[in-house]
Write a protein that binds this ligand. Structure first.
Ligand SMILES: NC(=O)c1ccc[n+]([C@@H]2O[C@H](COP(=O)([O-])OP(=O)(O)OC[C@H]3O[C@@H](n4cnc5c(N)ncnc54)[C@H](O)[C@@H]3O)[C@@H](O)[C@H]2O)c1
Ligand SMILES: [Fe+2]
Length: 371
């Protein structure tokens, strides 16, 4: 298939970005968010920009949204028939809003609904992607839906909205950004456009995520991380992701772990695995190391320094190396081993990994991550 790069969302960024909502002042606006956003003044912050808009708020999104949440949101909005849906929140709210929007459009043929994504974490990049990750709690699975209809029309990157993200969530979501950018850089779908965005996202994250960890109220560092998250989203939307995300969706779906945290834990293991199995990936990881300022005498040493650099930053951020360190039950994990292997190999993100993993490879990686 021919490579392509999209440019659908208009991206407003910076401390005045929220003013982009003023043009909605006389529209019917549905807001999709979670309970924290609704009760902590964040929906009010939006409504203040469009005081004459007619607004309906669906605030029942839960982390890792399920199909039931999509149906509940669509039900609430059926009578209201919004012109615009605003997705406000972390990746979970953004993905839920995407699902609700397409479900409603199926109900109202010919009534196109504008989608505006306002991320409140610097993590998923969902504000610019054609992905929505939907959970099926009954089967313990997470599925990436991928369709152009899921790409928002506008993204608003307002750093004020992320200042309240607690440190432990900021580092988990920030490591999701780093993983998006690194996986996009080594993906089989990488291209000049995605490389430009992935490289900048790696540089910004490596420099500014520790600053956010050190001082949560550092608005410059928060701004850079918010922009990096969006750039990494654009990069992987074009290039695809890899085995870290394939395994993270499987493990996160079955063991209920924060998405960014399980990515961060898997990233060093899979860099090592990919570099051993793909000379092309090795070259790409050298590029990645150079962007991070890691250079030594030989490629082998640089690879080790890159892997150890990621392990060290995880340790600094309080992200454990293994599932056992995270307090997960080994017996429960072992009972899920086979479904985890199957789900990791079947995940859409695994398809663009630089080498094609076998079941035995995933099995070994699972043994290492459980600890
Ligand atoms: N669609 C995509 O392209 C894509 C990419 C990566 C991840 N995802 C999905 O996104 C989800 C993860 O998103 P996430 O990491 O942003 O987490 P999240 O949306 O689940 O939010 C994590 C927690 O942070 C809280 N939170 C969010 N913003 C806050 C703020 N400003 N202040 C205080 N608390 C805040 C939320 O209420 C929630 O409790 C997963 O389901 C993952 O699979 C989607
Ligand atoms: Fe992710």
């Amino acid at each position: 298939m021919a490579s392509y790069f999209f440019s659908i969302p208009k991206v407003y960024f910076g401390e005045e970005a929220i003013g982009a909502l003023r043009r909605l002042n006389h529209k019917k606006v549905g807001i999709v968010t979670d309970n924290f956003m609704a009760t902590s003044g964040k929906t009010r912050y939006l409504i203040n920009e469009m005081p004459h808009a007619s607004v309906s708020i669906f605030s029942d999104v839960k982390p890792d949204p399920s199909v039931e949440i999509l149906h509940a949101g669509a039900m609430q909005f059926k009578a209201f028939k919004p012109d615009v849906i605003i997705a406000l929140g972390g990746g979970s709210s953004l993905d839920a809003a995407k699902g609700i929007k397409v479900t409603l459009e199926e109900h109202f043929p010919g009534h196109a609904i504008e989608l505006i994504a306002i991320p409140t974490t610097s993590g998923s990049g969902s504000e610019v992607t054609s992905y929505a990750i939907i959970s099926d709690p009954q089967n313990g699975r997470k599925y990436p839906l991928i369709a152009d209809e899921l790409i928002p029309d506008y993204a608003i990157l307002d750093p004020h909205l992320v200042l309240s993200v607690p440190r432990h969530v900021a580092v988990d979501t920030g490591m999701d950004v780093l993983t998006h950018a690194i996986e996009a850089l080594v993906s089989t779908g990488a291209n000049d456009f995605s490389d430009a965005l992935a490289e900048k996202a790696i540089a910004l994250t490596w420099q500014h995520l520790p600053d956010v960890f050190h001082d949560e109220k550092n608005i410059q560092a928060r701004t850079h991380m918010h922009n990096a998250s969006c750039m990494a989203g654009m990069a992987f939307n074009s290039a695809g992701l890899g085995l870290v995300h394939g395994m993270a969706h499987a493990i996160g779906g079955m063991l209920h772990l924060p998405h960014g945290k399980i990515n961060a834990m898997l990233l060093p293991l899979i860099i090592e695995y990919n570099a051993r199995h793909s000379p092309h990936a090795m070259v790409r990881y050298m590029k990645c190391a150079a962007i991070m300022g890691i250079e030594t005498a030989t490629s082998e040493q640089t690879l080790h320094a890159l892997i150890n650099g990621i392990r060290d930053i995880n340790h600094h951020f309080g992200i454990p190396a293994t599932l056992q360190d995270l307090g997960k039950d080994r017996a429960e994990f072992e009972s899920l081993r086979q479904p985890l292997i199957t789900a990791s190999l079947a995940d859409g993100c695994t398809a663009t990994n630089p080498c094609k993993p076998r079941a035995a490879d995933v099995d070994q990686l699972l043994t290492r991550i459980v600890g």
